[in-house]
Design a protein around this ligand. Structure first.
Ligand code: UDP
Length: 313
């Protein structure tokens, strides 16, 4: 198959591209390299897969017929999308529309990477796909949350108005090798801080929760959803809900670090809790995550060691 991965040089996009390449597909990676990096995909380029540097909210320069289009093009880290609010809205709306046009013209299957952020600060816990969410439309995070919500609406409209073969996955906090140590997310921040003897920065009192998922489990879920023909939306996320303080403790243990904890202000509209209901993925795909937190964090630690991430700081 010819597969387009928009955002393919990013953390998750590059792992998804690897999975396509491993099963013999031809991958066309589109990325503007704003938060992704060539380092993530150089091995794929060397193996003959295509890389096109472009901003999909401006142009989708792909020739010929394609079989699959995956839209992972967006900043995903809160500090990053807060720094690029207009670009985040543009890629989530116009970028998604352009990629849907490509899929529609090619009669390709289209995967929309949506997010747990569509649930906002959830009033229902855990979150099933049927929950509509609790998002502040004018809060700072709205540039990401509402772009992703609009993306879901657009994908749904292409499916009903044009018959485009679409699916929507709602991705929860994913971590693993290649997570950019400077992107500001909780696992990369804590890992980097622990490995360099810096204080771990807990925002708020650290009682807010997230349910982490290891990247290989996430990618396995995305492929299963693509292959299933299901239209989504479908949650693909971790089942072990932890407070931020517990995540900090796990990272201190895996790194053997004696870093201290410091408490900093909680960002505006930071969701207080998050855990996916994955009943649908279990029933339709037979999917569930299998990697333990210790295994996953160890793999991330080893990746930072191998890439000498701490020495580059
Ligand atoms: N967080 C933290 N310290 C950090 C980075 C993040 O306490 O150095 C908290 C953040 O406030 C949030 C959670 O960790 O409650 C997850 O943040 P992240 O940016 O990874 O993703 P989010 O789930 O908020 O999109």
């Amino acid at each position: 198959m010819r597969v387009v991965v928009a955002g393919g040089a990013g953390f998750l996009g590059s792992h998804l591209s690897d999975a396509f390449a491993a099963r013999g597909d031809e991958v066309i990676i589109l990325d503007n390299l704003s938060s992704g990096s060539l380092e993530n995909v150089q091995h794929l380029i060397d193996a003959g897969h295509a890389f096109v540097q472009c901003d999909v909210s401006q142009d989708v320069p792909v020739d010929g017929k394609v079989d699959v289009v995956c839209n992972l093009a967006s900043p995903a880290s809160p500090p990053y999308y807060l720094e690029y609010p207009l670009e985040t809205l543009a890629v989530g709306s116009e970028g998604t529309r352009r990629l849907l046009e490509l899929a529609d013209a090619s009669k390709a299957r289209f995967l929309q990477a949506s997010t747990s952020e569509v649930y906002g600060d959830p009033a229902v816990h855990p979150q099933p796909e049927s929950y509509w969410g609790n998002v502040n439309p004018v809060g700072p995070r709205s540039v990401y949350d509402e772009a992703k919500r609009f993306g879901e609406a657009l994908v749904t409209a292409y499916r009903s108005a044009r018959g485009t073969n679409t699916t929507i996955v709602r991705i929860f906090n994913t971590y693993g090798p290649r997570l950019d140590p400077g992107d500001g997310r909780v696992v990369s921040n804590f890992m980097f801080q622990a490995m360099t003897g810096r204080d771990l920065t807990i925002y708020g009192d650290g009682s807010q929760t997230r349910s982490l998922i290891y990247v290989a489990d996430e990618v396995r879920g995305l492929l299963a959803l693509l292959d299933s023909g299901h239209s989504g939306p479908m949650n693909i996320g971790g089942q072990r809900e932890q407070t931020i303080l517990e995540i900090a403790q796990s990272i201190l243990e895996v790194t053997g670090s004696s870093s201290k904890l410091v408490f900093e202000p909680l960002p505006t509209d930071d969701p207080t809790r998050r855990r996916p209901d994955i009943t649908l993925a279990r029933e339709v795909l037979g999917w569930e995550p299998t990697t333990s937190l210790t295994e996953g964090l160890t793999a991330l630690r080893d990746d930072y060691v191998a890439r000498r991430v701490t020495e580059r700081a």
